[in-house]
Write a protein that binds this ligand. Structure first.
Ligand code: CR6
Length: 839
């Protein structure tokens, strides 16, 4: 895929080291060595998985010198470091990505071929580390890739869930969840660091005591203590020697607690304690944008935040830096409110454990944190009942009260006693029971607050965080999301990568703005021909996957119309399905209809407790069943639901799309990132003016984007004047027919009750305004079909989409975070060989 990186030992010489060399012969030798000494197998007995492991260790060996050097340089220079705190990191498989970033994909492929192995098959053996739900967790992963590629010292801090996001099966059209046992066969990418374990306290009470200087301090006497064990994974940048660290924490029982119970003869009690402690990091909560007020979730959040901050303090002490410089050493980013308790925890550590005074501690805290908000949906805003909060974190509640008291004093000073405003700004919600508002804690405790796309940041300031914006407008900024072109183009779409590189060289992989240079080829027939050929091959590949996983045969020459993302009402997969039913009815009414053949592909998980989302999956599969077996329809329309959408399964999807569905109700999708992955790979977008769609449309040009639907203002105005969804249904025969079919059991073997909740919701409330957007959507889809028939026009639009997506690289986003929020500089890493100039 790209030039080998000649940064190891001299590949021309015979004396390459087995742990670092990157010549084909060395790689083969090292691979067989690892097969023997790590897996304990020889080729005749080895399974595909053994081979995968041997290759993973071979690659890991090559990462380690970079990782160790990186750590050495950061320690030596006491570098300013970004700490990215996130409850989710959706990394995706490591092997392929590491081959790309090391620049050894081609050599390894050749080495495997010479050993009569297929690299693709080995890559497929890697278990996905699914430690996230969707966009937010994957964003964290793209950001780690960019941070390393830009040579920014970074620690990613999160939770090592034993079970990640569930595996999705489809049984009789319904989603069924299966435990994700991703660690079952071992994880070659992580190294446990038990020597850096920390203790985390929970529950109990606080008391005052006099310190050595005779001053009153607070002491927290916990009810239980849990150990946090760090597990480190190297994150290599693209064609640099920087290998940063993702440090994930696992909960264990502390020995001392076992002993106590054991000495009392309570062996079972001791073991029980161990089980309870380890439950803490057992499983990822599978909700995307819905908060669930569960105690275990708050425990998870506090656990990893406390581990991370204690770890940072340890690093400072080791580097002999005074704690007064905490904010100079670390820029800590809160990925949504999940780690917002960090504000109170850093205060506690500085005040109680390091005996600092309130004012300096508070100044350090505010200068340390930045807060990224990822949603406006009210059901996602985290608030913890005072009862739960005080029972788990009694000391933190005291600190939050003090922060709140001082903050509200400042509010009174600025705005006078406007009790309404004070109630709205307070860290404590007293409207209906009492709760701690985590977004408020994050806002008050941070020096910068950002949204994730221009519209989202604007709406934050005008609605959800309006009062905070009025109080400290200077804290607010926007940083539009981005995705890494390494995973989402180079690794996912090697053919397109080669075509682009053959025209403009490979600089675009590090500087995606450069991909603009392919614009000159947008109307070149030869280039268009190759572009089309690659898209077709990528579609054939997905057609094979669909046949294999669903049994449905699709035509690679049909328009691939794809919606892959979490299933949510606001994302409106059901609007897409109403289009499918409409096309179906059009063909049924006019069997000779000459329409543009389409394949509608859906994939995505629903939160296990989200009933309507699960019913939408059932509806998609039910419509698919009827459409796909109807002989009148033939190859003109197919509907497929690909089960178990995850990073691994998504990689072939984006390169195979003709049309990307980004059809959320305006104002609801904070940014979206799938929209970027599709457009980079040459898909055209059908979308609303929502999230980053707006900026994508501005970048690629309105003439290269299929726009439809209500704007955010329209949505607001329509709500105010009284929205009556049933009227759209009654006045639109096509829409009425589609809804009536769903209601009458046409897609459910005559069962009228199955989809009733969904139909009633649409006709009575329709909170996401599908009825209002239906006809504009159908009309826009008609335009899509027309345009697709003009092959040259479509290809030109497709090429221009890829060419103009430079802005949406996560490298751009990370540069903005570095300049606007973190104020951090690159620290280049050299290999020892480069420094001394010899091998
Ligand atoms: N669900 C937003 O909904 C955004 C990502 C990353 C989301 C989505 O529009 O692209 O974050 N929000 O910023 C949350 O998870 C709270 C998401 O992934």
């Amino acid at each position: 895929i790209q030039e080998p990186q000649l940064q190891g030992q001299d590949t021309g010489m015979q004396c390459e080291d087995d742990r670092t060399g990157i010549g084909v012969e060395t790689l083969k030798r090292a691979f067989l060595d690892n097969l023997f000494y790590v897996q304990g197998k020889f080729p005749a007995l080895a399974t595909k998985h053994d081979y995968y492991m041997a290759l993973a260790y071979t690659v890991r060996d090559r990462l380690l010198q970079r990782w160790v050097n990186t750590a050495a340089i950061y320690t030596q220079e006491g570098s300013r470091t970004v700490a990215y705190l996130s409850a989710e990191f959706l990394m995706g498989p490591h092997l392929g990505n590491n081959l790309i970033n090391l620049g050894i994909y081609n050599q390894v492929q050749q080495a495997m071929t010479e050993l009569k192995l297929d690299l693709k098959e080995l890559l497929a053996k890697e278990e996905e580390p699914g430690l996230g739900n969707g966009g937010l967790g994957r964003l964290a992963a793209c950001y780690l890739d960019s941070l390393a590629s830009l040579e920014i010292p970074t620690l990613g801090y999160g939770i090592r869930y034993e079970f990640g996001i569930f595996d999705q099966l489809i049984r009789n059209g319904w989603q069924v969840e299966k435990t994700d046992k991703w660690l079952r066969y071992g994880n070659p990418w992580e190294i446990a660091r038990p020597e850096w374990a920390v203790s985390v306290k929970f529950g109990g009470r606080t008391e005052a005591h006099k310190n050595a200087q005779g001053r009153y301090r607070v002491r927290w006497i916990p009810h239980k203590v849990v150990l946090g064990i760090p597990y480190d994974t190297p994150i290599l940048g693209y064609k640099v020697n920087t290998a940063n660290t993702l440090r994930l924490w696992k909960a264990e029982a502390p020995e001392s607690f076992d002993f106590e119970a054991f000495n009392r003869g309570n062996y079972y009690g001791a073991v029980d304690q161990k089980v309870t402690s380890e439950n803490l990091t057992k499983v990822l909560y599978p909700n995307d944008e819905t908060y669930e007020g569960k105690q275990l979730r708050l425990e998870q959040q506090y656990f990893f935040v406390s581990c991370a901050l204690q770890d940072m303090l340890r690093i400072m002490l080791r580097q002999k830096l005074p704690l007064e410089q905490f904010h100079e050493k670390f820029a800590v980013q809160l990925n949504d409110t999940h780690p917002a308790i960090a504000v109170a925890e850093l205060m506690r550590l500085l005040l109680d454990e390091h005996e600092m005074d309130w004012e300096p501690a508070w100044e350090i805290t505010q200068k340390t944190f930045g807060y990224t908000n990822h949603t406006l949906l009210p059901e996602a805003l985290e608030k913890w009942s005072l009862k739960l909060f005080s029972s788990l974190l009694p000391r933190h509640l005291e600190i939050i009260y003090e922060i709140n008291w001082r903050f509200l004093e400042q509010v009174r000073h600025k705005f006078g006693t406007d009790e309404g405003r004070i109630g709205r700004l307070s860290l404590i919600d007293e409207n209906d029971g009492k709760f701690v508002r985590m977004a408020h804690l994050a806002c008050v405790g941070s020096h910068k607050i950002n949204g994730v796309a221009a519209l989202h940041s604007e709406l934050l300031q005008k609605t959800t965080l309006l009062d905070f914006y009025e109080f400290f407008p200077e804290k607010f900024t926007n940083i539009t999301n981005g995705v890494t072109p390494r995973r989402w183009i180079v690794l996912s779409n090697p053919k397109l990568t080669n075509l682009i590189t053959s025209c403009i060289g490979d600089n675009w992989i590090k500087h995606l703005e450069d991909v603009q240079r392919i614009e000159t080829y947008a109307e070149d027939p030869g280039f268009q021909q190759e572009w089309q050929q690659i898209k077709r091959e990528n579609k054939v590949n997905v057609a094979e996957i669909l046949l294999d996983r669903t049994g449905v045969k699709v035509d690679p020459d049909s328009l691939f119309d794809i919606q892959v993302k979490r299933i949510h009402q606001y994302k409106r997969q059901h609007l897409n399905i109403l289009h499918a039913i409409t096309l179906y009815n059009q063909i049924k009414q006019n069997p000779n209809l000459d329409i543009t053949p389409r394949t509608l592909i859906f994939a995505g998980k629903a939160a296990p407790g989200y009933y309507i989302a699960k019913l939408i999956i059932k509806l998609i599969n039910s419509v698919a069943e009827v459409v796909n077996k109807d002989r009148d329809i033939g190859d003109r329309l197919k509907v497929v639901f690909l089960p178990d959408y995850n990073v691994k399964n998504s990689q072939p999807i984006y390169p195979a799309a003709d049309l990307s569905e980004q059809i959320s109700t305006a104002g609801k999708e904070a940014s979206g990132t799938g929209n970027m992955k599709f457009a980079m790979n040459g898909a055209l977008t059908i979308g609303t003016l929502d999230g980053a769609n707006i900026e994508i449309r501005n970048a690629v040009g309105a003439e290269n984007f299929f726009l439809f639907g209500l704007t955010t203002e329209d949505v607001g105005a329509l709500r105010l004047t009284g929205y009556r969804p049933r009227e759209y249904y009654e006045q639109n025969p096509q829409l009425k027919q589609a809804i009536d079919q769903i209601a009458s059991g046409y897609f459910s073997h005559g069962d009228r009750s199955l989809f009733k909740p969904l139909v009633d919701l649409l006709l009575d409330k329709d909170p996401f305004m599908l009825m209002a957007d239906y006809q504009p959507y159908i009309d826009c889809q008609q335009q899509v079909s027309q345009t697709y028939r003009d092959r040259d026009r479509w290809l030109q639009m497709s090429i221009l989409n890829t060419a103009r997506m430079g802005k949406f690289s996560s490298d751009r986003a990370i540069r903005e975070y570095c300049q606007q929020i973190w104020k951090v500089q690159p620290v280049p890493v050299q290999l020892a060989a480069e420094k001394t100039g010899d091998g």
